[in-house]
Design a protein. Structure first.
Lengths: 742, 193
């Protein structure tokens, strides 16, 4: 607490004794004049007892309240998951809104003014983390394959919704009996444009619980992200026009131009910041600790910069995340990657919770003007226009798609068009000069409640009822990766044969451009030459290696000359029959668990690891205790080192890389009925983390390495082990392998 | 060349190709003009050199394999019928074909035929298994020359280990299309011709 700040505080006066304890209570007593003399005079005038304990709430009020709100939000979240049946039936967003209503009601009962969801706070603090989380982890492949469809839904669908609703509501207002004849067309169109946009926050919140198949998920989600440009343009357009009152053709034309500027400009700004972030990450090998901060800050700057120019901030954020991800992940350490993932999920989770709670509170607080006809019509029109829009657009789109959208897909896309907090905030931003502001706000809130509660709650049983295809679960496997790449090449080639410049052709061109020009500037060291397949394989192996080390399957202290392959055949026969049975039983149970959980498992924003990784980790811990003994036994029984002796206290992990020539039948096999990768202690063959040494091939035949090779190997493996075993940031000197993310 | 193209392709031929492959009239004529533009020797058949002149195939890692797929066993020339027969594998599956009479012979572009086509690109010796060597060859073609043999070997081993379920250290067709009971080939092997 700085002394100067205290002195300047007008509401309190302080007299300092020695170490600077504030003595006076917060009630303003007298001003301090800063001279010793007057202090003394003041003190002698009114001498109070020396208060040992004093309360100064004003001092900490703002941060305290903020922290209290966040804590409340998180405790609510915690509470929901403790009640078993509740979270299965009601989506979390609904529960949070209800909590918000309760809290708002409570505050009102107390007599205080409940805080409303401040638009500034919403757009600048609460929304960016959610969008960044979504954009950074956007599944690129399905997105780019469907980008045409997504754009059609986002742009044309939103336009259709806005005009349809605005027009019909204006027609409604013309009817005398409604009593709203003062509402002109532009105001209605403005309202239509606010309420027509599908909201990414609401969609994310609901869709991640139903695990729909990837196509529908990316369609609705992509649409909710990309329609931001349309919303921004329409909103600004109608806001301007309704002040002026008339619209000319030139204005409409400028509006169209504005749309392109807003959307493309937003993407451009995002891409620029993305490249900056990628370029910066190239040089962070010596300061690993601040790597995540670069990612966050560049993205936030992209958002703020585009908001500054009235461009689409959401598209900027998405573009930034998408552009920077492949390069940044090639450059940063594993821990940084985990940090980024963890923080993004944490922030977006908190944001989402706060948004929904504040929605509830704002409902209680906000000024309301209720008009039955208007509100009910709005809700009905929302549904109708959405359904009509989706059906109409799908009819047109299916003519151009290879994989057509089925009726079930269309239904989910239409039903999943939820409205949320963005609509509310935009409505709140309306200046008070709009005489219909309160009415609009009430209608918006009603629509939001309807979509989130009714549609949000019923979508899950409907998905079950209609037997819509769910998300297929599959662990990342090298097979899939190879075959995907193989098919990409095949289809590109066949397109070339046909002379047809389609999807694969352009993708191939982009890849080639990326490989020859872009990667060498943005990826640190020699890694830019690495083919994607190799990178993928390496990440996979590393991931598994980490798990195996933690499980104790790989002995952590080893004579350096013993290869993995030697260990395993010796270790396995030592496992008694009974133990083997136990292990087999456990693994079988684990696999069954995995299969059962498959339906409920998918990429969830609230889990850090995939659920099956968590299973593996806990499974692995179980096996750890069992293998502990085996490890000790094998340690004593294996061939002792003829060179270095194991240094105590240093965890060394040795991986056999190229010294061993494998033939297929020399694989150590443990015959489980259902093999799953962690169970079979296959020989993990790990490539060197450091830039490739030319002497890798030197030791193919001979005894396991000569001294210099071993020493270098030891250093490398020490580094690797430290990276795996890892403590804190000050040891980061060793942690500078460009560890790729998983 | 345009007028020559249409006179060389007779209506009956178009009908036959249509029935065999399912392509539409316009698609067939379009592909025929492509065929003739590739056919530099103007003898109604394509040789391997004609394919190798296509720039996209020249830079494609799998270029040679794709070219080979067009040529039937042991032959060096492919006529238009054969050309279309191979390309038919890539035609998108249409909705109205899904309810076809199951007794009729399976169309060339059925899902399993597509996957079989892809499988045969790996399995050169046609023994219905992808052995480690065949896998290695494909991997080598895809990753280029900078990666060491041992590295590729370990990737191949890992791949086989993941997919192999009957323990014969090679990948059969059934193992090819799924790993551990989960179908992995989600890409539709379709081209919009």
């Amino acid at each position: 607490m700085s002394v100067h700040a205290l002195r300047k505080s007008a509401s309190s006066s302080f007299v300092f004794v020695g170490i600077g304890l504030p003595i006076e209570a917060s009630a303003p007593a007298y001003q301090s004049h800063g001279t010793e003399g007057s202090h003394l005079t003041n003190i002698t005038n009114t001498k109070k007892a020396f208060p040992v304990l004093a309360v100064n709430y004003e001092h900490v009020r703002k941060p305290f309240e903020i922290a209290l709100w966040i804590l409340l939000a998180l405790l609510m979240k915690l509470g929901f998951h403790l009640i078993p049946r509740l979270s299965a039936v009601v989506p979390e967003s609904c529960l949070l809104i209800v909590v918000g209503l309760l809290v708002g009601g409570l505050i009102k009962v107390i007599g205080e003014e409940p805080p409303v969801l401040d638009s500034q706070l919403f757009f600048l603090c609460l929304l960016p983390p959610i969008i960044l989380d979504a954009g950074y982890f956007l599944p690129i492949r399905p997105f780019t394959e469907n980008v045409g469809t997504i754009l059609v839904f986002a742009v044309i669908g939103t336009l259709w919704n806005a005009f349809f609703m605005g027009g019909l509501l204006y027609a409604l207002c013309q009817i005398e009996s409604v009593g709203l004849s003062g509402v002109d067309l532009l105001a209605c169109l403005l309202f239509g444009s606010i309420v027509s946009a599908v909201d990414p926050v609401a969609v994310l919140a609901v869709f991640e619980e139903i695990h729909i198949n990837e196509l529908v998920h990316i369609l609705v989600f992509g649409e909710s992200l990309l329609n931001d440009a349309v919303t921004v343009v329409l909103y600004n357009l109608f806001e301007e026009f309704s002040k002026v009152g008339t619209v000319t053709v030139l204005d409409v034309f400028l509006g169209v131009v504005c749309f392109f500027v807003v959307s493309l400009g937003g993407v451009l700004v995002g891409a620029i910041y993305g490249f900056l972030a990628a370029f910066t990450s190239r040089f962070t090998s010596h300061t690993r600790v601040i790597e995540p901060l670069f990612v966050f800050l560049y993205s936030y700057m992209a958002y703020l910069s585009s908001e500054m120019f009235h461009l689409s901030g959401i598209m900027a954020l998405i573009a930034c995340g998408v552009v920077m991800r492949p390069y940044v992940e090639a450059n940063i350490s594993h821990k940084s990657y985990t940090t980024i993932k963890y923080f993004l999920k944490m922030w977006s989770s908190v944001s989402e919770t706060l948004i929904f709670i504040f929605l509830g509170v704002s409902t209680v607080a906000g000024p309301h003007a209720w008009n039955w006809t208007f509100v009910i019509t709005t809700v009905i029109l929302c549904l109708v226009s959405r359904v009509l829009g989706v059906i109409g657009l799908t009819f047109i789109i299916n003519k151009f798609r290879i994989v057509k959208l089925t009726k079930k897909d269309q239904f989910i896309v239409a039903y999943g068009g939820l409205r949320g907090a963005i609509a509310f905030s935009l409505g709140y931003l309306l200046s008070n000069s709009h005489q219909m502001r309160n009415l609009f706000l009430t209608a918006i809130i009603t629509v939001i409640f309807f979509t989130v509660f009714v549609q949000g709650m019923t979508i899950r049983p409907l998905v079950e009822l209609l037997a819509v295809k769910k998300k297929k679960e599959s662990k990342p496997s090298i097979n899939e990766e190879i075959h995907t790449e193989f098919l990409d090449h095949l289809l590109t080639g066949v397109e070339g044969v046909c002379g047809h410049y389609g999807h694969y052709h352009w993708k191939e061109k982009l890849n080639r451009f990326n490989k020859t020009y872009v990667k060498r500037w943005l990826i640190a060291g020699e890694n830019f030459k690495e083919p994607e397949l190799i990178a993928f394989y390496r990440k996979m192996e590393l991931k598994q290696a980490i798990m195996m080390v933690e499980s104790g399957q790989l002995p952590s202290v080893l004579p350096s000359t013993i290869s993995m392959q030697n260990i395993q055949p010796r270790a396995i026969p030592r496992v008694s029959k009974k133990r083997e049975e136990e292990i087999r039983r456990i693994l079988r149970a684990n696999l069954q668990n995995n299969k059962q959980k498959m339906r409920s498992r998918s990429y969830s924003r609230h889990t850090l690891f995939d659920a099956d990784e968590e299973d593996d980790v806990s499974e692995v811990r179980l096996r750890k205790t069992k293998m502990e003994m085996e490890r000790r036994m094998s340690h004593y029984l294996t061939v002792p080192a003829n060179r270095e002796s194991p240094r105590p206290g240093v965890r060394r992990v040795r991986f056999e890389s190229d010294n061993q020539v494998f033939s297929a039948d020399s694989f150590p096999t443990v015959h489980f009925e259902q093999p799953s990768p962690p169970s079979t202690p296959d020989a993990v063959s790990l490539e060197e983390e450091v830039p490739k040494r030319p002497s890798l091939k030197a030791d193919i035949e001979g005894p396991r390495g000569n001294a210099s090779d071993n020493h270098q190997g030891e250093l490398d493996y020490q580094r690797l082990a430290r990276c795996l075993s890892d403590p804190g940031p000050n040891k980061d000197k060793e942690d500078d392998d460009p560890f790729m993310s998983c | 060349m345009g007028s020559r193209a249409s006179t060389l392709l007779r209506e009956e031929e178009i009908e036959e190709i249509k029935k065999e492959t399912g392509f539409s009239h316009s698609q067939i004529t379009r592909l025929y003009s492509r065929f003739t533009s590739l056919d530099k020797g103007e003898n109604g058949t394509l040789s391997r050199e004609d394919f190798q002149r296509i720039p996209e195939l020249a830079i494609n890692p799998l270029g040679d394999r794709i070219i080979n797929a067009f040529f039937p066993e042991g032959e060096d020339q492919v006529n238009f019928r054969g050309f279309m027969r191979t390309l038919a594998h890539f035609r998108p599956i249409e909705d109205n074909e899904k309810n076809k009479d199951p007794i009729a012979s399976e169309p060339l572009n059925s899902r399993s035929n597509k996957l079989l086509f892809a499988f045969r690109l790996y399995d050169l010796d046609r023994d219905d298994k992808i052995s480690r060597d065949e896998l290695l060859q494909v991997l080598r073609m895809m990753v280029g020359v900078n990666i060491s043999d041992e590295q590729l070997g370990s990737i191949a081993d890992r791949t086989i280990q993941e997919a192999d379920q009957n323990g014969d250290n090679s990948i059969s067709f059934n193992e090819f299309i799924k790993v551990g009971n989960v179908y992995i080939l989600y890409i539709d092997i379709d081209i919009d011709i």
